[in-house]
Design a protein around this ligand. Structure first.
Ligand SMILES: C[S@@+](CC[C@H](N)C(=O)[O-])C[C@H]1O[C@@H](n2cnc3c(N)ncnc32)[C@H](O)[C@@H]1O
Length: 268
């Protein structure tokens, strides 16, 4: 996670992540990946980097199996935490830096650890996070990690020969929005899970479906609005030259198909 993310604008950042959650659920039809068998009557889950706690509240409120879910959400900041009085009684939120070991009371307590949308991380950061996540899991427990995959973006035009200049510039920007950004890190999550001793159960690459493009277009625009001026010269330059054009191209049926990746690893 880069500092660029945490510099986002409060309510736009919150709205963006909540909207992302609903779009991803719409795209995948799951909050918990189908390779994860929840066999017990009670399932305890840790959500690392929970932000607005949209994923935990969805899990405990909408999954209708015989299982009772309890989700503990952890984040380095409580800036986006809803007031505890608004949370379901089986969601609890804590401030914790996930690069640091978790307190003893949480170790070995969880069937599932969930991570999602960390923007960009180095392999070393992924190793550190996975090692701390492994300590939270019971034997046989699973880590589910979903990320935006910007490594294979293609442009889709409803009408042939429509102008796509702004979409092309946006795709280039997505590969390099900040110094030291590496879009390809998401492709290494699976091999890093293997290197820390997890058995990879699933590594799904999920392209955006055409019916989701209007929402993805709005999310792209929200993400650009969420980056304050002066934080990234590449983003500032893009907005000055292409933001208006990008909106017009979206209205003309020109959009980018980008994707998501979901990796599931099981602790032996
Ligand atoms: C883009 S948000 C994703 C929110 C959530 N995972 C979701 O998908 O709905 C990333 C979150 O990770 C949190 N985060 C970043 N670094 C962290 C750290 N070292 N420890 C705990 N949380 C961290 C940020 O504060 C932010 O809330």
């Amino acid at each position: 996670m880069t500092s660029e993310y945490s510099a986002g604008r409060d309510f736009i950042s919150g709205a963006k992540i909540n909207y992302f959650h609903h779009a991803l659920k719409h795209l995948t039809s799951y909050a918990i990946h189908p390779s994860i068998n929840v066999l017990s009557n009670v399932c305890r889950i840790a959500d690392l980097g929970t932000q607005t706690a949209i994923w935990p509240t969805d899990v405990v409120e909408t999954i209708s199996t015989g299982t009772k879910f309890h989700v503990d959400g952890f984040d380095i900041s409580d800036k986006f935490f809803p007031p505890s009085a608004w949370l379901p009684e089986n969601v609890k939120l804590y401030i914790h830096d996930i690069y640091q070991p978790f307190p003893e009371e949480f170790k070995g307590q969880f069937e599932v650890v969930h991570l999602r949308l960390f923007l960009t991380l180095s392999r070393q950061q992924v190793v550190q996070i996975l090692q701390n996540a492994l300590e939270l899991l019971k034997p046989g427990g699973c880590i589910q990690w979903m990320e935006h995959d910007k490594t294979d973006m293609t442009i889709m035009e409803v009408t042939a020969n429509s102008s796509s200049t702004a979409n092309q510039a946006f795709n280039e920007l997505q590969l390099n929005p900040f110094p030291n950004y590496n879009a390809r890190w998401v492709l290494d999550i699976g091999s890093t899970m293997t290197s820390v001793g997890l058995e990879v159960l699933a590594e799904d690459r999920i392209p955006t479906k055409p019916w989701l493009l209007p929402q993805m277009n709005e999310l792209h625009l929200l993400a650009l609005m969420d980056i304050p001026q002066g934080l990234s010269s590449a983003v500032d330059e893009f907005c000055e030259k292409h933001l208006q054009g990008l909106q017009e191209e979206y209205q003309n049926g020109v959009a980018t198909i980008d994707g998501f990746i979901c990796v599931v690893g099981r602790k032996p």
